[in-house]
Design a protein around this ligand. Structure first.
Ligand code: ADP
Ligand code: MN
Length: 255
């Protein structure tokens, strides 16, 4: 039928590697008509030259490797059919940057995608290592690919570190949380060993996944900050860190 034909055309146009049956299987349930249209737009603009393999299938989004104009890119596609949009609403409604959003699923997800884009810009401008965002198109966020030879950098949870390296990485993360708070005026909101990648060239931590990050005006900003701190301290316990939630909280707020 026409839907299958359209998918075929999109697949050809974006040069999805057809022999990679895994990719195709994932793409078939991510790529509803609206998403296909957005991919066409990005392809026509020359931003996405080819769609590569699947990097991740999460609760709300899929991430793909892609070929950009000059560099590899990461393509994060929020699923319109995502069932968690109700909780997205809580994070959007407390944000003064998004006051005119209609309360339907699609618009909430488009706003969410833009929110992640803007949060990454602010974090990048504050001097934190994050994927540099390139553009959004409806439910698709295009950003710098953080990896080497088409392989994404490992998450903090998946890398084995020497004591000293772990301690250095901890210090950088607290510095980054401080910059995020004082310069970008944001709280990450889902910070843990899952949302920090480690650049294997120089062991720099890279913060990712900022869709849920909130500005300091958000009524729950402080609760989210405390939760982020707890997560980080829990993970770094094994590196014999001499800090408490209170001491880290003070460092981040600079008080
Ligand atoms: P989710 O909401 O599904 O957790 P994330 O933004 O955390 O989405 O991305 C999921 C996974 O995709 C990450 O753990 C990482 O492996 C990969 N990923 C995300 N963004 C990038 C990127 N810019 N470069 C390389 N890999 C990425
Ligand atoms: Mn994540």
């Amino acid at each position: 039928d026409t839907k299958v034909k359209r998918l075929d055309t999109a697949v050809d146009k974006l040069r999805i590697k057809r022999k990679d049956s895994n990719t195709l299987k994932v793409t078939e349930n991510v790529f509803d008509d609206a998403t296909l249209k957005s991919l066409y737009t990005l392809s026509n603009k020359g931003i996405v030259e080819a769609l590569g393999g699947s990097i991740s299938t999460g609760k709300e989004a899929n991430v793909f490797l892609g070929e950009g104009e000059e560099h590899d890119i990461a393509i994060k596609i929020y699923r319109i059919s995502s069932s968690t949009f109700r909780s997205m609403e809580d994070y959007i409604l407390g944000d003064p940057r998004f006051t005119n959003i209609r309360h339907n699923k699609r618009d909430i997800i488009f706003a969410w995608t833009k929110k992640e884009f803007r949060n990454l810009i602010r974090a990048n401008e504050a001097g934190i290592r994050v994927p540099v965002p390139i553009i959004t198109e409806r439910n698709i966020l295009i950003m710098e690919f953080m990896g080497k030879n088409e392989k994404p950098f490992p998450a903090l949870k998946d890398i084995k570190l020497e004591l000293e390296d772990g301690q250095l990485i901890f210090e950088t993360i607290i510095d980054d949380m401080h910059k995020l708070y004082t310069k970008a005026n944001l709280v990450h909101g889902d910070l843990s060993e899952y949302n920090i990648l480690i650049d294997t060239n120089d062991l720099t931590p890279i913060m990712i996944d900022m869709g849920q990050s909130v500005t300091l005006e958000h009524p729950r900003a402080d609760i989210f900050l405390k939760r982020d701190i707890e997560n980080i301290l829990r993970y770094f316990k094994r590196f014999k860190i001499d800090e408490t939630p209170e001491s880290v909280y003070k460092r981040i707020k600079n008080t």
